[in-house]
Every structure is written in C-alpha cells, then in structure tokens.
Design a binder for this molecule. Sequence first.
Ligand code: GLV
Ligand code: MN
Length: 226
Amino acid sequence: MEGSQFISLVALFALLASSISSAYDPSPLQDYCVAVDNINDGVFVNGKFCKDPKLVKVEDFFFSGINIPREPVKLYGTRVNLLTADRIPGLNTLGLSQARVDFAPGGVNPPHMHPRAAEILTVIEGTLYAGFVASNQNNNTLFTKVLYPGDVFVFPFGLVHFQFNIGESNAVAFATFSSQNPGVVTLGNAIFASKPSIMPDVIAKAFQLDKNIVQELQSKKWTFNT
Ligand code: GLV
Ligand code: MN
C-alpha cells in the first residue's frame, strides 16, 4: 500500500472511531426521547433507550419538590439535589440538567468540575462567594464574585469552581448544566479518597507536601455533598 493510501486509511479509521465513541450529548434528533428501562416499551437507541412516543406522558417531563431544602451534609455544610435524565426521563438527549444547592452558614460547595458540562448558577437566597479557575493555558487565573439573590454566574465547561456561603443565614442557588449527565469530580475526594488510594509519594511530590500530611489527609473520612 502506498504511503498516501495508508494515511487516508488511518484518517478514515480515526474519523469512524471518534464518531462511534463520542461521549458528548448529541444534538436532539427528535422532539423528545424519554428514557425507559424496559426495552419492550422502546423504539430507538440514542444514549438511552427511548420510550415509544405513543406511550409518552406529561409526567415524563415533570418533577415536583425541588423547592424543598435538603439537610446539608456535615462535612461541607452544603447539599446538592441533582435532577438529571435519571429523575426526569424527558431530559434524555436534550443536553440539560439542573440542581438545587442548599448552603448552611459557612457551608462550602467544595472545588469540583463537571467533565461534561458548563454551568450557570442563580442565587435565590443568601450571599455566596463563588469562583472558578481558568486552565493552565490561561495561567490558572481565578475569577471570583460575591453573589446576592438574583445574581447569576457562569462556570465555563470543565473548569474547577466552588461556592462558599459567606452570609449569616442559609443560602440557596439553582444550577443549570449543559448536559443531561454533567458528572462531578470533587478535587479533594479524587486526590485523597480514590479507591484504591493514590501512592502517597505521588501526591507528596506533586503537591509539594510532606508524606505524613498526605497520609493524614488520606485517612480522613471524605464524603460527597449529593
Ligand atoms: C455547583 O457548582 C454545583 O455543581 O452544584
Ligand atoms: Mn458545579
């Protein structure tokens, strides 16, 4: 085979592989594609099975109760109530999801990122100090803002961000994500509570920390705030 033919073949395979393994939310290909567990009720496959449109009900697009606060988890003083296509099946393939975040005074939504989404956050109650960190390419610039009720802040796709309740009362915010399944990587949990643990020498060297401090951090009880 000639060199140019070989290169064309490799390019063709790369194109095929990338279209088959694409992990991004596709643009919707139909009005809706309600997720369904029982394939007997399904007609197409598009990420999840889609419910037969004839069986779709208004309830597939509906959720009630996001007005109800949830008790913040002790470790962080915050709690995230996430609504994805698992809880509102009509979100399937629409590239959207939402969360309510409750903050006790002093509560933090710890530094985290969403591997599949940008986020837009609206504060309903309380006062939050919020921010995100740009990637290495942009010198890890920190962008922060104090947010009050009615304020809206954007966290760009995949960047590390956080919110901290600096007020004296509870705070509430609603986040909307550009994916039906944004995913979360909470940095503290990922670094210090992976299963199995990352070798302490790796973290000590990477973070310029004493190995004892790394081991102490790894021995702590890390939880999620969802
Ligand atoms: C806020 O950043 C959230 O992801 O809940
Ligand atoms: Mn977030």
